[in-house]
Design a protein around this ligand. Structure first.
Ligand SMILES: *[C@@H]1O[C@H](CO)[C@@H](O)[C@H](O)[C@H]1NC(C)=O
Ligand SMILES: *[C@@H]1O[C@H](CO)[C@@H](O)[C@H](O)[C@H]1NC(C)=O
Ligand SMILES: *[C@@H]1O[C@H](CO)[C@@H](O)[C@H](O)[C@H]1NC(C)=O
Ligand SMILES: *[C@@H]1O[C@H](CO)[C@@H](O)[C@H](O)[C@H]1NC(C)=O
Ligand SMILES: *[C@@H]1O[C@H](CO)[C@@H](O)[C@H](O)[C@H]1NC(C)=O
Ligand SMILES: *[C@@H]1O[C@H](CO)[C@@H](O)[C@H](O)[C@H]1NC(C)=O
Ligand SMILES: *[C@@H]1O[C@H](CO)[C@@H](O)[C@H](O)[C@H]1NC(C)=O
Length: 836
């Protein structure tokens, strides 16, 4: 009895494992197609590598998920990826039925997907539970992994030819044209035979030995057949990266296949494969990546279109410069291996092939880390060559012969698993050879950003900022949303980076709670949420409420014994004119300034408001900026450049948690520390406010102590006037105001001390005494580390170096109390002087 229950449960588990490989929409994914909110991609987080990694981290961190990298990749595919789902217009003559979902996996990409999941990357564990991540993230993730083409006519096709203005990375027309020359060079099949097969609908009849059910495929008409096709169809399964848009499903599949490579005979993939191929073996990583798409292209273009030249690569672009969600193709022909698929295939192939070596370097590497290391500007996956910017070179180093052999083998298997409008009777070799040749030419011509440019333009610091955005709802959502999205991307909101909090400019109330998750922020800050905000800007209420919020944060930091590590910035994004600033506002701003000394206040306004706002900030010349945002989100980068620069100028805080929000002067810190990490090629900047060292204490100091392994020499700099002190710095006006020292050697021996003794001598008030600025740099290494030295939970990358920031005897001097006290002292001594 009990046993039968267990067996039953196991059987159900086994069945669940392949629901995404079945020819209807998988049950857990159905709500992505039935719920109107989830169906509209504008309500889901943008499809970017950063959001993809964020969602993977959430799954990795989920208490119910306890699997290694390989199993995670496999389970992700089986749970969230289902290629080829298309809309099918229900027959209008029939009453629409609540029992029928007008979506089914019928696009060509589904057939390869099914073979992959059922035979090449099988899963023997149950798929992830439905509630592992919220529905919004589930659907976003499904969309990022699942390749399909939505060819329905929309209404915005007129804008299709403007895609290039969004800086879509695509092959210049001249280069594309050169491919056409290949046409005619290669003669493969009897072309006329193929063409007639094509015209006459030389379709196969249902054959019980075939692996395809035909009835469904040709039974219902997909809407593209009914309404005509869009001139720029939407390609699904694409994510944005700085190195070109790519198909994320192929990347995860490459990792899953590479982690446990399988050699599968063709006869196991297809019961009716052409006999001359049935003894061939296919290595799973090939069909999971490059060979999968190449085989599709060869088969579909070769049979259905009777083409002897297999066209590889179809360009396109995002219809937005920020917060990218819709990748529009520039063509509706030859979509078997689009540009994003080419990139995803190469990345998946490179990462998967490398994986055994990578895991031998660091066995407990996470999938999120692997992707993070690959899609980042510097250092790479334990090897500077294994980076997205190097894609073209790594692709060139793979063997064409093997690719051709594997593609041929897989094409032979796919042939009998995919309904085609023609039958291959010979010449498959030449179709495949042509596909591989054209693929290589196409990759050579791809114009993605290379590693040299990447490194030249890469930031030298990683933000770790708690950013509070005060939002004026007078902005059009279409205008402000791309700007906010850009800001969050730039400061790297994420588990190891920055956080974002959205406040209302109406009264300073919290719209979106502090979050370290890009996906969460975007799933909450939608058009409807924006439209529900109260209209108007009230600086008094806002400053008053922000002060309460910040006081609570300080109390929380006191409770947590937080010594520092993040910077904090309050950024107003205002569109309204006629701002009301008065003495009461100024009083609140002054109190905020005095009791939350490390909070940098910035204003970005659509019209010049300097005359009104200048007295609410520290540095009126730089902290009040005018930004010109356009309603289509263009121009965000240039418009926000100075604002971003100001955000970055705010150093990571080093604080005395004993002060809390009350600033009781007895709160000496004693000896405390926090841990921080640095990657090769980056600098961390810190800033200590005089509120912690105004009155003298001879033992007061900050110490940087290297506490972990890792190669390379630290460079530590300090300054009182240069906010970002750096050895050989270029942005520092006066290099003589910067003092630097090298900290040799790894291990606990390295230590550097900054004494704060008498640091405010000669200054009458806290406000007059400058901050102390400190930086820790780990210069880029010519031979990047090939070992994992940073394996604890706080390490974003395994090659990070760890150190401690230690403080001794920090005090508490709020601007208010000490300015007052000093003034009293001054007056008293003056009075004494006069009395004499
Ligand atoms: C659709 O999904 C959203 C987001 O998960 C949810 O809030 C809403 O209740 C769902 N609507 C229906 C009708 O289930
Ligand atoms: C789980 O799946 C069912 C449909 O199978 C759906 O109705 C439900 O809302 C899902 N729950 C979550 C948390 O996604
Ligand atoms: C991009 O196109 C989609 C589909 O037509 C549309 O829903 C979306 O609003 C467009 N986005 C932008 C920013 O224009
Ligand atoms: C500082 O940032 C890190 C991540 O970068 C985060 O884990 C931590 O909670 C943040 N601390 C505070 C007080 O916000
Ligand atoms: C923010 O978080 C608090 C508790 O942490 C919760 O009570 C509150 O409802 C949240 N606010 C919003 C706007 O989500
Ligand atoms: C600064 O410049 C000197 C001389 O050019 C060089 O030796 C040193 O490595 C540089 N330091 C850093 C941190 O770049
Ligand atoms: C905040 O304090 C700084 C000095 O710490 C001072 O220069 C600035 O004027 C103050 N700003 C406000 C709004 O009080």
């Amino acid at each position: 009895m009990h046993w039968s229950v267990v067996l039953m449960a196991m059987a159900i588990g086994g069945a669940r494992a392949q629901l995404t490989a079945q020819s209807s929409v998988a049950p857990d994914l159905r709500e992505c197609y039935t719920n109107a909110t989830l169906l509209n991609r504008n309500n889901l987080p943008p499809t970017t590598v950063a959001v993809l990694i964020d969602i993977i981290r959430k799954i990795e961190d989920s208490p119910n998920v306890n699997v290694d990298l390989r199993q995670l990749a496999v389970s992700l595919l089986h749970t969230y990826r289902q290629d080829g789902i298309e809309f099918h217009q229900p027959d209008t003559s029939l009453p629409s039925s609540a029992n029928v979902l007008p979506y089914a996996p019928t696009f060509h990409s589904f057939h390869r997907h099914r073979l992959l999941l059922a035979r090449l990357i099988p899963n023997n564990l149950p798929v992830f539970a439905n509630d592992t991540i919220p529905a919004v993230l589930k659907c976003a993730f499904h969309n990022m992994l699942s390749t399909t083409v939505d060819a329905r006519v929309r209404s915005d096709e007129a804008a299709c030819n403007q895609l290039s203005q969004y800086r879509a990375q695509r092959v210049p027309r001249a280069l594309r044209a050169s491919r056409a020359r290949v046409d005619g060079d290669v003669e493969i099949l009897d072309k006329s035979a193929l063409e007639s097969a094509n015209r006459n609908g030389h379709m196969r009849q249902y054959n019980p030995n075939d692996d395809v059910e035909y009835a469904q495929v040709y039974g219902a008409k997909s809407e593209r057949q009914v309404l005509g096709e869009s001139t720029c169809p939407v390609l699904g399964g694409v994510v944005h990266s700085a190195w070109g848009a790519l198909s994320a499903g192929a990347v995860i599949a490459g990792v899953a296949a590479g982690a446990e490579s399988q050699q599968v005979p063709i006869s196991e993939l297809s019961r009716s494969a052409l006999t001359e191929y049935s003894n061939m073996l296919v290595t799973s990583i090939y069909p999971a990546t490059l060979s999968g798409d190449l085989a599709e292209a060869a088969l579909i273009q070769g049979t259905e279109r009777g083409s002897s030249v297999i066209s590889i690569g179809a360009g396109g672009g995002w219809n937005s410069s920020q917060a990218r969600r819709h990748f529009l193709l520039q063509t509706r022909l030859n979509l078997e291996m689009t540009d994003p698929e080419v990139r995803g295939d190469i990345d998946g192939f490179v990462l998967g092939s490398m994986l055994p070596r990578t895991l031998s370097t660091y066995g407990s590497l996470k999938l999120s880390q692997l992707l993070d290391m690959y899609y980042t500007a510097k250092n790479g996956v334990f090897d500077a060559n294994i980076r997205a910017c190097n894609r073209k070179l790594t692709a060139a180093s793979t063997s064409s012969e093997e690719l051709q052999r594997q593609t041929l083998a897989f094409a032979a298997a796919l042939d009998s698993n995919m309904p085609l409008r023609g039958t291959i009777t010979g010449g498959l070799e030449s179709l495949v050879a042509n596909a591989v040749t054209n693929y290589r030419t196409h990759v050579d011509n791809m114009a993605d950003v290379n590693c040299v440019t990447t490194e030249l333009t890469a930031a030298t610091t990683r933000s770790k900022t708690n950013l509070y955005i005060v939002l004026d709802s007078a902005w059009q959502y279409e205008t402000i949303y791309p700007a906010i999205s850009y800001i969050l991307d730039t400061i790297e909101v994420g588990k190891f980076g920055s956080s974002a909090t959205l406040l209302s400019a109406f009264d300073g109330s919290v719209i979106i709670n502090k979050t370290f998750s890009l996906a969460d922020f975007h799933s909450h800050y939608t058009l409807s949420r924006h439209q529900s905000l109260l209209l108007g800007v009230n600086l008094l209420n806002t400053f008053t409420n922000v002060r309460t919020l910040m006081a609570n944060e300080l109390e929380e930091e006191k409770r947590l014994n937080y010594v520092g590590g993040n910077s904090s910035v309050l950024l107003f994004l205002l569109n309204s004119g006629n701002l009301q600033n008065n003495d009461q506002v100024l009083e609140q701003a002054r109190k905020l300034n005095e009791t939350v000394p490390d909070l940098r206040v910035l204003f970005a306004t659509s019209t010049n408001q300097m005359d009104v706002l200048w007295n609410l900030v520290r540095d009126m010349h730089n902290d009040v900026q005018t930004i010109q945002l356009q309603s289509n989100g263009m121009n965000v980068e240039t418009s926000l450049a100075r604002v971003m620069d100001r955000i970055n100028q705010a150093g990571r805080r080093i604080v005395n948690p004993a002060c809390g929000s009350q600033w009781t002067e007895t709160g000496l810190s004693g000896s405390r520390h926090f841990v921080d990490y640095i990657e090769p090629g980056y600098v961390n900047y810190y800033s200590v406010s005089p509120n912690y060292f105004f009155q003298n204490n001879d033992n007061r100091k900050v110490r940087i102590v290297r506490t972990g392994g890792g190669a390379g020499t630290f460079v530590i700099c300090q300054s009182r006037s240069v906010a970002r002190p750096r050895m050989n710095g270029t942005d520092s006006a006066d290099q003589s105001a910067v003092k630097c020292e090298l900290m040799q050697g790894a291990g606990a021996s390295g230590s550097y001390e900054v004494s704060l003794r008498g640091a405010c001598d000669g200054h009458w008030t806290v406000g007059a005494c400058p901050n102390f600025y400190i930086s820790v740099e780990l210069p880029a290494q010519s031979n990047p580390t090939t070992t994992a030295t940073c394996t604890e939970a706080g390490c974003r990358f395994p090659y990070n170096s760890r150190y401690q920031v230690e403080i001794e005897e920090f005090g508490c001097y709020s601007g208010a109390s000490t300015a007052g006290a000093t003034l009293m002292l001054l007056l008293t001594s003056l009075a004494l002087l006069l009395m004499r």
